[in-house]
Design a protein around this ligand. Structure first.
Ligand code: FAD
Length: 863
């Protein structure tokens, strides 16, 4: 086979690409198509990347090969037939060689050539790359297709160099077959590579000792011929199947479930699990329940069922126990697919050494010493993983615009825009870089998406006579925040995984890949490009332009709720009668999760100015008496009841350790202004007077409300001050209505698409108050006198039409000398915080509210 890299290295090219695996090969193909002079470097001796280096026995893909293949050329697809569901390393390497031959790619690839340094020359607007053999090449665009798992992690064990036997690293396996027959072999590491090679090495070795630090979840691959259903789908509608993969969550078409592992009955849970177990596919077992990635209870059901399977296979109970992962949620470390991995431990010549119980103390000349034993080996195989995602990038000395290296810039974790570029490093692209879906997806789908985006970007730059592109600090910070927001709602950060950089000593603990999904990610990238490269500064002979901005500000789970709501095509509430609107909101409320358990819930009535008012009391599980919260529900003075804000009241009760008394009040249009405010004031009076009987601590009353409830809560505080009682210790105003002026900017920016619309607010006001009454402080508390009011916690949400009036109230309270904690719920909407156990990202905000209320309780009372 012809290996290229001969001839003189051109001094200048348009594009230099590092890496000749799946990424580099397709990138070269696309760049050629654009007529850009390109050179590709790889320190390997041929194409293949991962599949060139990882030649250990049992090396295979763990995404079915029908899916783990290029889709950019239908003819290529039709010409290549995979022999197995999960192809072996030689077959995947043969495929990539076939691709290189088919498109004559090798002539532009320099093999055996490592890029060691790259520096940006601002004057020339070019990158200058240095190779390991001292050559230089200058390029306009520099693309790292260097892989996420291409830098093996050296075993960090004392004495490795001393060992006299054979040493193998799975990620750098020899090209000649290694024969373990008749040998005493050690395998150190039980991640994906260890789990793949252990059964095969056990088949040859006379004795195999497996050293395990962290047990891994693994699922039987059930390998065989490519799945018939998928082969048929591809044969009948290849384009449709590939397009579905591009817009799927993980890069493989799959029907997503809405079955919760928390609420599904035991039998359903087991049936669903068993089906996924039999399927032998990672995305199946990762998708048994809709909530297993975000809910610890749901996750543990899956984890426990896998542990049951392990115990059923492994005959020695102690060994089985050691092989069962217990200290991290399932899926938060990459799960494995195996062929007879657990069964291998039943063989008489195979032994497991649990390094958590007996750690390795040293590698000796003859083998391995643990705290309890000395082992002698003829060969040691280190399956110790990779310095994943960032390792290959920062191992090159990449120096950007102001002399800062990439390693320095990323010393606290990677900082990127879209995982594609990073500020201060113009014209520098990373394929499947950190903060893109990469290792959480079928990587070939993610690779094609990145390559296509970059190629399209370079095409457009050239078409517009521009030659420099760099993300802005604002866009980059926004993307980093969005990544963090996505990871924070999942269980991923709970594991010490390589996704978190935890396998490499000294590496910052930051969640590296984008967890929002291939589909959401593709949408964001497309949107950036379609809207004129949002968040990028573009320069060149044609001038400069920058459409600065943040592409994703909404909390990711709230965005999913909004997508779902939009997809339902529901009629706007403001088109309904009040009775229909109430029936609709009650039906919606009936389908939500209930919220946390409290100690006791009791329904009763209290006297109002025009008859009894129903209330619901929530008592904490702890011994009382407790602080007391008089709570008023939302619903625009028209909708809602003591029932409607149930999950939020439970949450408030548990988080604040307070008795919550949620009071219903009269509603419009039957009872218009000021009925709601009068009822709230009367209720607060009654609750304060009956504090002890309700289980509350007299003098520790908080008046609270959400939305229109926040409106009547704020007014109640003003009325109480003016009337000289009741004594209110603090007020909690959640996204409150504080003013009748609907012309504030947040009405324009957030008035559509975030559930509470500007139109609905108008409808509420019209039902509640005549125009002449609306400026009355009993309807618009912002227009009242604010001095002398109780200390306040005011919560406003970024995407709420009511945001600006809430902000104005917090500012006016502070200006009037009232102690205020103003919590701005970033990325949230008017309803986010009420969606307990649905919008998980609301939980930290509610925790902050509880902490703020607690701190206000220690503020000295007003004189
Ligand atoms: C054992 C194993 C199994 C896997 N199975 C799957 C799977 O089933 N599904 C899946 O989606 N993903 C899988 N992956 C992830 C896999 O890495 C990707 O799917 C894919 O092969 C990555 O292609 P790439 O071209 O981006 O990077 P790579 O294939 O890693 O290629 C990068 C190349 O760049 C070279 N390089 C890096 N730095 C430099 C430098 N400074 N100078 C010169 N050359 C450099 C490397 O030597 C390497 O050859 C697996 C990974 C491993 C290790």
């Amino acid at each position: 086979m012809a290996i290229a890299g001969s001839g003189v290295l051109p001094a200048e090219v348009d594009v230099a690409v590092v890496g000749a695996g799946f990424s580099g090969l397709y990138m070269l193909y696309r760049l050629r198509g654009l007529g850009l002079r390109t050179v590709v470097f790889d320190d390997a001796g041929d194409v293949g990347g991962t599949w060139y280096w990882n030649r250990y026995p049992g090396a295979r893909c763990d995404v079915p090969t029908t899916d783990y293949a290029y889709s950019f050329d239908a003819l290529l697809e039709e010409d290549w037939v995979w022999s197995e569901k999960y192809a072996t390393q030689p077959e995947i390497l043969a495929y990539l060689r076939h691709v290189a031959d088919r498109y004559d790619l090798r002539r532009d690839i320099r093999f055996g050539t490592r890029i060691t340094a790259a520096a940006w020359d601002e004057a020339a607007r070019r990158w200058r790359l240095r190779t390991g053999d001292g050559n230089e090449v200058s390029c306009r665009y520099y693309i790292m297709a260097s892989g996420c798992l291409s830098l093996p992690k050296a075993p960090d064990i004392d004495g490795v160099d001393r060992y006299r036997g054979e040493v193998y690293l799975t990620g750098r396996w020899p090209h000649d077959r290694v024969d373990f027959s008749g040998k005493r072999v050690a395998v150190v590491g039980t991640g994906s590579s260890g789990i793949q090679c252990i059964p095969l090495i056990a088949g040859e070795a006379t004795r195999l000792t497996v050293f395990q630090r962290t047990p891994n979840f693994s699922v039987p691959a059930r390998n065989g011929p490519p799945p018939a259903d998928r082969v048929t789908q591809l044969a009948t509608d290849r384009d449709g199947y590939r397009e579905a993969a591009r817009w799927s969550r993980g890069g493989v078409p799959r029907e997503l479930t809405d079955v919760s592992g928390v609420t599904a009955p035991e039998q359903v849970r087991r049936e669903r699990f068993e089906a996924a177990w039999q399927a032998g596919e990672l995305f199946a077992i990762l998708g048994v329940f809709s909530d297993q990635g975000v809910n610890a209870v749901s996750n543990d059901h899956v984890a426990e069922m896998i542990r049951e399977k392990i115990r059923a296979v492994v005959s020695d109970a102690d060994v089985a126990d050691a092989l069962c992962p217990k200290d991290y949620p399932f899926g938060t470390k990459r799960p494995c697919l195996d062929s007879s991995y657990f069964e291998t431990f039943n063989l008489p010549h195979v032994r497991l050494v649990d390094l958590r119980r007996t750690p390795i103390t040293a590698v000796t000349e003859a083998g391995i010493d643990t705290a309890e034993e000395s082992f002698e080996f003829d060969a040691i195989v280190f399956a110790t993983g990779f310095d994943a995602m960032t390792g290959p990038l920062v191992s090159v000395a990449v120096t950007g615009t102001d002399g800062v290296t990439l390693e320095d810039k990323w010393q606290h974790g990677p900082v990127t825009y879209l995982g594609l570029m990073t500020t201060g490093f113009p014209n520098f692209f990373t394929i499947t870089g950190p903060q893109s879906p990469s290792v959480l997806s079928n990587m070939v789908v993610s690779i094609e998406q990145h390559v296509d985006w970059i190629a399209d970007c370079l095409r457009r730059l050239r078409a517009e006579n521009l030659d420099r592109i760099e993300p802005t600090p604002l866009a980059e910070a926004g993307w980093v925040q969005h990544n963090q927001d996505c990871a924070d709602i999942t269980l991923y950060p709970r594991a010490n995984s390589w996704y978190m950089g935890a396998n490499v000593p000294g590496k910052p603990r930051v969640f590296l890949p984008y967890v929002g999904g291939v589909d959401a990610y593709r949408r964001a990238c497309d949107e950036v490009a379609e809207k004129g490269f949002v968040g990028f500064r573009l320069d060149g002979p044609a001038g400069s332009r920058c459409n600065d901005g943040v592409i994703r500000r909404l909390q990711p789970d709230m965005a999913m709720v909004l997508d779902l709501v939009a997809s339902l095509g529901l009629p706007p509430i403001e088109t309904m009668s009040a009775a229909d609107a109430r029936a609709f909101s009650e039906a919606t409320a009936a389908s939500r999760p209930p919220g946390p358990e409290v100690g006791e819930i009791a329904d009763a009535v209290l006297p109002g100015p025009a008859g009894d008012l129903a209330y619901r009391l929530y008592r904490p599980p702890t011994q009382g008496p407790h602080p007391l919260i008089a709570y008023f529900h939302g619903g625009g003075w028209v909708l809602g009841s003591q029932d409607s804000d149930d999950p939020l009241c439970r949450d408030l009760c548990v988080r604040t350790g307070s008795v919550v008394v949620s009071v219903n009040y009269r509603h419009a249009p039957e009872d218009r202004f000021p009925a709601a405010a009068d009822d709230a004031f009367a209720a607060a009076n009654w609750i304060a007077a009956n504090a002890a009987a309700l289980g509350g601590i007299p003098g520790q009353l908080t008046v609270a409300g959400w939305s229109a409830g926040g409106n009547v809560a704020a007014i109640t505080c003003q009325l109480a001050r003016d009337a000289g009682g009741p004594d209110i210790a603090s007020q909690l105003l959640l996204a409150p209505v504080t003013d009748c002026d609907l012309a504030r900017p947040s009405y324009a920016s957030n008035g559509e698409g975030f559930i509470l619309t500007a139109g609905l607010m108008r409808w509420f006001w019209d039902h509640y108050a005549d125009a002449a009454d609306r400026a009355n402080p009993k309807a618009s508390p912002l227009r009242g006198t604010l001095a002398g009011l109780p200390p306040a916690v005011v919560v406003t949400a970024e995407f709420d039409p009511l945001r600006d009036e809430g902000d104005a109230y917090a500012e006016a309270l502070a200006a009037a000398g009232v102690p205020v904690r103003h919590i701005r719920a970033r990325g949230h909407t008017h309803t986010s915080l009420t969606m307990v156990d649905v919008v998980i990202s609301g939980a930290p905000v509610r925790a902050e509210i509880a902490e703020a209320l607690d701190s206000l309780r220690s503020v000295p009372a007003r004189s």
